[in-house]
Design a protein around this ligand. Structure first.
Ligand code: BDP
Length: 589
């Protein structure tokens, strides 16, 4: 799943823009041939969520159609042509010139179909994509669960705390490649004293025997190796003397080019290693702290749609607070986001959309397992070459049937689904580790969940809300509970701990002296308390505040105005007092 690029042998045409759009609540489009064009269509922006573009579509999660026409440039003739969708949430189906080409499920990862035989060279081509985002118990993440009925039910009925935005969220692109193309590249870097070792495996689109070359350039270095493809696969190793290592402080990128007789692909490569030793995470053999945020792809009007100016601005704001890290809570972010992280030196915990996994019936668990494994496969295939990605996260807050909020490690003899959960979660961890033994793997755990679910994690990632959902308003007691739990978990596992979530809803502009819940003062005190507790513990290897910015959640009595207000910044990116506390801790000269 190489990112489509433009060079002298490859082409790329971005179809972002205004498309025709029509909701299809009765599912008539396929029978009525809507793929040929939409009657009574309205304009819609791609990328973007439909929910934020039209008021009547705000809560619409059913089927909808996107259509546009495009020429394929004549210069692409003789090449293989693909249509690639960056993200269609949740299920996307592609039609070209009236023919159904294929479908993809899972809302946050790219998919591409070859359309060479369908292309018209002498006329415009009609491209249609239907997208459907129904909430279902078997999907990942799940919705419309029976258990969600009751006083804490939300609308829409998600199992997760963010708005289920729908639509084409990332660019749709046409691209072309030579007939025998470079299909995949895997880069693994290690360090041998002052040398950087770059091991590259390249795969062709055919099992051919062929020659090729590999070059690495940057910082005055230019290295070359031969590639001998057998059965379409070749490997080579380059040793970079006095390598300039990639890190959060110096995110140096080399250019790596794979060249074959017909094709050429260049990607940016950072030479770095990531490992764990005792209570430390080691980047290039040296301890590093992962300070930053849990985030969301979320903004007014664009919804979950790729928003490049916002992305650049957010990196600036994160840096301003001194952050060097974030988690792609709770789904894979755009490829553009990952590229920027490589360039800006952010350390990423890269997460699949397995948020709030529940362990109810055997059939549901089996289906969610299937989808989650597919998402791990696709995520690793997409992101494996990003130096910024240091850890795979295979689940956020999997949910036992009962919670042990007092932290006594005892469920009172009830069946919490611990065994089923452990089996599924360990299967997910094993898959990520098998696909990529060079990175760390983890599960982000829920407050009061079974500790046995952490056993196979390289890093213990904990979401904890001492002082908010538990002991709200009592920060002294909250601190004692937090410290007690951190010490207990360290004593038990002896592995680095990252607090992947801690946060307090805060209404910007609301003040209190003394500070009370929801005021800016309370959030500032709450965050200070957590950072102090962490600073006193060497085994805490990272602190990620929940959340970077206020974001759209679902409607419930817990979410004022449908927003989760735990942001350190407002939804329009103005700092709350807490941002200054973070600067004090993280951005000190
Ligand atoms: C955690 C979830 C996160 C929520 C957060 C909260 O991981 O998605 O938004 O709590 O309640 O449980 O704010």
């Amino acid at each position: 799943m190489l990112y489509p690029i433009q060079n002298e042998v490859r082409n790329r045409l971005d179809l972002s823009g205004i498309w025709d759009f029509k909701a299809d609540p009765e599912g008539r489009g396929e029978d009525e041939g809507w793929f040929d064009g939409l009657e009574g269509a309205r304009p819609i922006a791609v990328p973007g969520s439909w929910n934020e573009q039209y008021e009547d579509l705000f809560n619409y999660l059913g089927l909808a159609w996107y259509v546009r026409r495009a020429y394929v440039p004549a210069g692409w003739r003789g090449q293989r042509i693909f249509l690639r969708v960056g993200s269609a949430n949740y299920q996307g189906t592609v039609y070209v010139n009236g023919e159904r080409v294929g479908s993809h499920e899972g809302g946050h990862l790219p998919f591409a179909f070859e359309i060479s035989r369908l292309v018209r060279w002498d006329a415009e081509n009609t491209i249609a994509i239907s997208v459907e985002n129904e909430l279902k118990p078997t999907r990942v993440p799940s919705g419309n669960m029976k258990s969600a009925i009751g006083a804490f039910a939300s609308f829409p009925r998600t199992t997760f705390d963010f708005f289920p935005f729908a639509g084409l969220h990332r660019p749709v692109v046409l691209y072309s490649v030579p007939h025998v193309a470079i299909d995949d590249i895997t880069v693994v870097t290690t360090i041998d004293r002052s040398e950087g070792v770059v091991k590259v495996t390249a795969r062709l689109s055919e099992p051919a025997t062929a020659g090729g070359s590999l070059t690495l350039s940057g910082g005055g270095t230019a290295l070359r190796a031969e590639l001998a493809f057998e059965d379409g696969v070749a490997t080579a190793e380059l040793r970079v003397p006095n390598a300039r290592l990639w890190s959060d402080k110096d995110p140096y990128l080399y250019d790596l080019t794979v060249q074959t007789a017909d094709d050429r692909y260049t990607l940016e490569v950072g030479i770095r290693t990531i490992a764990v030793e005792g209570g430390k995470i080691l980047l290039n053999g040296k301890p590093v702290q992962l300070n930053g945020y849990g985030r969301h792809e979320d903004f007014i009007a664009s919804g979950k749609g790729l928003n490049l100016p916002l992305m650049v601005k957010d990196y600036g704001l994160m840096r301003w607070t001194g952050a060097n890290s974030y988690r792609t809570s709770h789904y894979p972010y755009s490829e553009e986001e990952m590229q920027l992280a490589d360039r800006e030196g952010f350390l990423i915990i890269d997460e699949i959309p397995a948020v709030s996994l529940q362990f109810d019936t055997e059939e549901n668990i089996a289906e969610r397992l299937r989808v989650s494994l597919q998402q791990i496969d696709e995520l690793v295939a997409r992101d494996k070459n990003h130096p910024s990605v240091v850890m795979w996260c295979v689940a956020n807050e999997p949910m036992p049937r009962t919670l042990d909020l007092a932290g006594a490690g005892d469920s009172g003899g009830e069946d919490t689904g611990e065994a089923e959960g452990k089996a599924m979660l360990e299967t997910l961890l094993a898959r990520a580790r098998e696909l990529d033994p060079t990175r760390l793997v983890t599960i982000v755990t829920l407050m009061g969940g079974p500790q046995s679910w952490m056993e196979q994690c390289d890093v213990i990632c904990m979401n904890r809300y001492w002082g908010w959902y538990v002991l709200g308003g009592e920060l002294d007691k909250a601190r004692a509970s937090l410290e007690g739990e951190l010490d207990q978990v360290w004593a038990k596992f002896g592995r680095p701990i990252i607090m992947t979530e801690f946060g307090a809803d805060t209404m910007a502009g609301m003040h209190g002296h003394p500070s009370v819940m929801w005021t800016e003062e309370y959030q500032a005190d709450f965050i200070r308390m957590h950072l102090e507790a962490a600073a006193a513990r060497e085994f805490v290897a990272g602190m990620q505040v929940w959340n970077f910015a206020d974001f759209a959640a679902v409607q419930s009595i817990m979410r004022v105005g449908g927003l989760n207000m735990k942001g350190v910044f407002t939804r329009t990116r103005q700092p709350k007092m807490a941002a200054h506390v973070l600067r004090e801790f993280w951005a000190r000269p």
